[in-house]
Design a protein around this ligand. Structure first.
Ligand SMILES: Nc1ncnc2c1ncn2[C@@H]1O[C@H](COP(=O)(O)OP(=O)(O)OP(=O)(O)O)[C@@H](O)[C@H]1O
Length: 257
């Protein structure tokens, strides 16, 4: 049996004076090694889910476990050490080189210098950046796609069990995006015990990358299943409409032929 890595039980998050429900009584479980994509329209609660997992946001009710342990009872630093976090805005440190950016957490953890150097090389190779060329560059000397690769490498540096990725390819062009998606899929396959949770509003990205897709609408989970099962058996009108958008695009491209 695969281990449950993250579990939400009746989790609700309220915002503002009016206590509107950003996340509304949701429950789901994620197993070790899965690549979960969280798909939904703007404001459906995707980022809130991700930030509740690494405790940047606290739930108002319900509970969240990480490898069976209630995260509200865990030390935040210990929890975040097990979680890599990649966001669209990247957040590389501008005054540091690529190598120094990747080394940040291993240095905090006081890894041996030699181990840090070999880890930097290994990770740059994993994200398809030649260490000879890129290790000593500053973030501003990289393209957006290259910066995003460094963001992924930095998040993987201390070997976390879980990777949270919030619209990681939102700001790159379509061709680079496709390439980064393929690379991320390859990285996930190579690191088979790692669990990935990726937020996107792009249905193609969600269905291509996700071993299961968690579909959100207005703070609720509409469906959580494999891409094949969702296509075969869409559970709500929202999901039916979502799939219809893909068919509409297909028809459009078909007509151009
Ligand atoms: N700090 C906040 N204060 C008040 N309301 C918030 C706050 N953060 C998020 N919200 C609201 O909670 C809801 C869910 O937001 P969330 O960022 O989780 O959505 P999302 O699905 O990630 O959206 P997007 O795809 O646009 O990033 C939205 O209605 C949003 O306006």
């Amino acid at each position: 049996m695969l281990q449950t890595v993250i579990e939400f039980k009746n989790v609700t998050k309220l915002y503002g004076e009016e206590k509107s429900k950003a996340v509304d009584d949701i429950s789901f479980a994620i197993k070790e090694g899965e690549f979960i994509t969280v798909l939904g329209s703007s404001g459906s609660g995707k980022t809130t889910i991700l930030k509740m997992i690494n405790r940047l946001i606290r739930e108002d009710s319900g509970n969240i476990t990480f490898f069976g342990e209630d995260i509200s009872e865990m030390n935040e630093v210990d929890l975040r050490r097990e979680i890599g976090y990649v966001v669209q805005q990247i957040g590389l440190f501008p005054h540091m080189t690529v190598a120094q950016n990747i080394a940040t957490v291993p240095e905090l953890l006081k890894w041996d210098k030699k181990d840090i150097q070999s880890r930097i090389k290994e990770l740059l190779a994993l994200v398809q950046l030649d260490p000879e060329i890129f290790a000593d560059r500053k973030p501003k000397e990289l393209s957006g796609g290259q910066q995003q690769r460094v963001g992924v490498a930095r998040a993987l540096a201390a070997n976390p069990k879980v990777m949270l990725l919030d619209e990681p390819f939102g700001a790159v062009d379509a061709i680079t995006r496709l390439q980064l998606q393929k690379e991320l899929q390859k990285i996930h396959k190579e690191l088979s015990d790692k669990t990935f949770v990726l937020v996107t509003h792009d249905i193609n990205e969600a269905f291509k990358l996700g071993t299961r897709v968690l579909i959100m609408d207005k703070g609720k989970v509409c469906q959580f299943d494999t891409p094949q099962e969702i296509i075969r058996n869409p559970k709500t009108e929202f999901v039916v409409n979502l799939i219809a958008t893909v068919k509409e695009h297909e028809a459009f491209w078909g007509e151009l032929k």
